[in-house]
Design a protein around this ligand. Structure first.
Ligand code: SF4
Length: 720
């Protein structure tokens, strides 16, 4: 390190693990990323994205000047503009005034229901808090959501129903204190790599036993004592059959049930039909494995459950998560170190964006918008006239697009999200995007969604701004500005404040809300003045190590694990359950089940990683297919194949592997030229409104090489 070098401590911008990073800077250029050996989250370990994936900051394709589309877009005729020649670079003043003109015009003409916003799980807590505040306080709309709806909404709803709290109950690294832990619906090594390291250490160094319940032979199966290879969409049956065994063999924790739970009798009755034999007939899992798993989990001194999107992204997602919660309440494996209910959150700040109210039914702090007392509290905090905030539940992400059209949603503001990659049934989503009257995009790149916009507001990356992220185990950590903004890019929170002040003025609501923040720390303090879980989260307390919410006051040390004495609801509630088939089952026309997910090298819709050199490592999506199915279709490894569902068709290469069972194919969803979500089903879980990404019926046929999408090789070569 030379004299001019400096190191800035910050938090990883990719996944929800929230690894501690050190950015090495020379002449305002990030040239290396390391991690402190004593980093509380990751102890010096980083995955490939955290260590090397930051070069998107300097990508030549990044947009760093405000731009307006040269041709005014009309509803129904809206097109995508990937080519910069279709955009006019403008000043910030012009871009902001244009955005305000269009938003206010639509609001004044059509009202609150015409306005909608996608907040962003990649952005900071402060950015998300402000954007939901803007739409609630200025446009009086609760049509506010973000990609949590598309990943863990079912977990959130189920946890709220059963215990009144929706975050991970324990710290991820506590897995080393578990005797037994279940990993289900989580490809942990690829989606949460550092947590998978901690899991492997728990097994190798501490003798913990792992039970994997997953349709794919993911890497964690190599470390597992048991693997239950269920058919996609049959989770509730497998988990409930485990509960059936625990009940039948009286392996439950009577004291915990008596003192900490309610509704046990009704639940126990509903479990009678879930015999291991019945579960085997539905899920394909050997009945003996179910019995062994139930005994192993129930008789452990400390046992935890870790799950991810394989559990929640179903029309039965809420029931799936409830059946895991039932198992925990039945055995009392909660409220102690090394136990708990641990939904592994996906993006770097999806926990924080949810905490900060980027949701249609809740203000910050999960306070229902329909509750009069809550509304009054926020009216007071934001200096809004009594009755000013809407008490109506807003629309969720998928519902927002569904409502686009005359008399429905007309204007959409998108901060950092990429719905044209992340929504299910993308052909339908495309039709809806085309019908919008106005779209504003606040982002770093022209992508599948921002290319639809009328105005592009260039935001800074995480390395160019101050703020906080809340990681998957509720730890609020600092994000620090390491380099000056690139080009004319502005921090998201500054863009939002500028916009809000202009909208206020235009709507004649001067001083109705406070937007003059000097630093993001003031934004978090404003939220903490109402949201008691964040009351003690102050920047001066998290300079070295983050605090885990809830943090009740300035002296509170934070909460590594929850529910030692009671649940927020008081008692934990058992829920009786029934099993329903997935919305779309394979048939003669579409005989295979498609399931989707992530790969190590890419993150979410790929906006950042496809613009980093991660893309050189993993340049195109591959479809995993079992050797038996591949042989019957005449496909060899890396052959091109056409995959069709009732909603669309893509062409991509196959990876022939026993990792997926016969009858199932897997496609990662980061790759725009063959977007997996062109195929997925937009059927929703009725309670959580989460789409069923994990089960779609598809047909696979061989394709010609010429049909493969041509990756933008030339563009990628000329990146810097
Ligand atoms: Fe970043 Fe997640 Fe990798 Fe850690 S595990 S370095 S947070 S992407």
């Amino acid at each position: 390190m030379t004299q001019s070098d400096r190191i800035v401590s910050t938090t990883c911008p990719f996944c929800g693990v929230g690894c501690n990073l050190e950015l090495h800077i020379k002449e305002d250029f990030i040239y290396r990323v390391t991690s402190p050996f004593d980093g509380v989250v990751n102890q010096g370990n980083l995955c490939i994205k955290g260590r090397f994936g930051y070069d998107f900051v300097y990508n030549k394709r990044r947009i760093t000047t405000p731009m307006i589309r040269k041709t005014r877009q009309q509803p129904g005729e809206r097109t995508q503009a990937f080519d910069l020649s279709e955009w006019q670079p403008v000043s910030w003043e012009e871009a902001m005034e244009y955005t305000v003109d269009r938003l206010v015009e639509i609001y004044q003409r059509d009202g609150s229901h015409a306005m909608a916003v996608y907040c962003c799980a990649k952005a900071t807590n402060e950015d998300n808090y402000l954007l939901q505040k803007l739409f609630r306080s200025e446009f009086r709309s609760n049509n506010i959501d973000h990609c949590a709806r598309l990943c863990h909404a079912a977990s959130v709803v189920a946890l709220q129903m059963a215990i009144g709290s929706s975050a991970m109950s324990n710290t991820a690294s506590e897995v080393v204190d578990s005797d037994v832990f279940i990993v289900t619906g989580s490809n942990t090594t690829e989606s949460h790599p550092i947590i998978s390291l901690q899991m492997k250490a728990a097994i190798k160094k501490h003798g913990a036993k792992l039970i994997v319940i997953d349709p794919r032979r993911i890497e964690m199966v190599d470390y597992a004592a048991l693997w239950l290879p269920e058919k996609p969409g049959t989770d509730v049956v497998v988990y409930s059959a485990m509960a059936h065994v625990i009940l039948k063999e009286k392996l439950y924790n009577q004291k915990f049930i008596d003192e900490r739970t309610e509704n046990f009798e009704e639940f126990a009755k509903s479990m009678e039909k879930f015999t291991p034999e019945y579960a085997e007939s539905i899920s394909g899992v050997d009945r003996n494995l179910i019995v062994q798993a139930a005994r192993m989990y129930a008789t452990a001194k400390t046992a935890a459950i870790y799950w991810a999107l394989g559990v929640s992204e179903h029309i039965n997602g809420t029931a799936n998560a409830l059946s895991l919660i039932n198992l925990t309440l039945l055995t009392g494996h909660i409220g102690r170190r090394g136990t708990g209910l641990n939904p592994l959150r996906g993006q770097n700040n999806v926990q924080g964006a949810s905490d900060c109210g980027a949701m249609p039914w809740h203000y910050p702090g999960y306070m229902s918008v329909a509750d009069e007392e809550n509304a009054q509290k926020w009216e007071q905090a934001w200096n809004i006239e009594p009755g000013g905030l809407s008490r109506q539940l807003g629309l969720s992400t998928t519902e927002i697009l569904g409502a686009v059209g005359p008399g429905g949603v007309r204007a959409l503001y998108i901060m950092g999200e990429n719905p044209m990659m992340s929504e299910p049934n993308l052909n339908h989503a495309r039709q809806k995007m085309e019908q919008l009257e106005f779209i504003a995009a606040q982002d770093l790149f022209i992508n599948e969604s921002t290319s639809f916009a009328d105005v592009f507001l260039p935001a800074t990356s995480w390395a160019e701004k101050e703020g906080t992220f809340t990681n998957t185990d509720r730890r609020v950590q600092r994000v620090r500005q390491a380099i000056p903004p690139v080009g004319q890019a502005r921090a998201d929170w500054q863009i939002i404040c500028d916009l809000a002040k202009r909208i206020e003025k235009r709507l004649g609501r001067p001083n109705s809300a406070f937007w003059d923040y000097k630093h993001p720390s003031e934004i978090l303090e404003e939220m903490g003045s109402v949201v008691k879980d964040y009351a003690g989260v102050k920047y001066n307390r998290i300079e070295e190590v983050g605090l885990q919410t809830p943090v009740w006051d300035d002296q509170h040390p934070g909460t590594p694990f929850l529910f030692s004495e009671s649940f927020p609801h008081g008692l934990g509630k058992f829920h009786p359950l029934t099993y329903h088939l997935s919305a779309e089952m394979p048939d003669a026309e579409y005989p295979l089940i498609l399931t989707t997910g992530r790969v190590l090298e890419h993150w979410h819709g790929g906006t950042l990683t496809r613009n980093s050199w991660m893309d050189d490592l993993y340049p195109e999506a591959l479809m995993e297919i079992n050797p038996v199915d591949a042989a019957s279709l005449g496909l060899n490894d890396r052959d091109p194949a056409r995959v069709s569902s009732r909603r669309g068709t893509i062409v991509l290469r196959v990876h022939v592997t026993p990792k997926v069972n016969p009858g199932v194919v897997f496609i990662p969803f980061f790759y725009g030229p063959a977007a997996a979500n062109l195929l997925t089903n937009d059927a929703l879980d009725p309670q959580a409104k989460i789409p069923e990404y994990k089960v779609s019926a598809v047909r696979v046929t061989p394709a010609r090489y010429e049909e493969l999408p041509q990756p933008e090789v030339a563009q990628r070569r000329g990146r810097y």
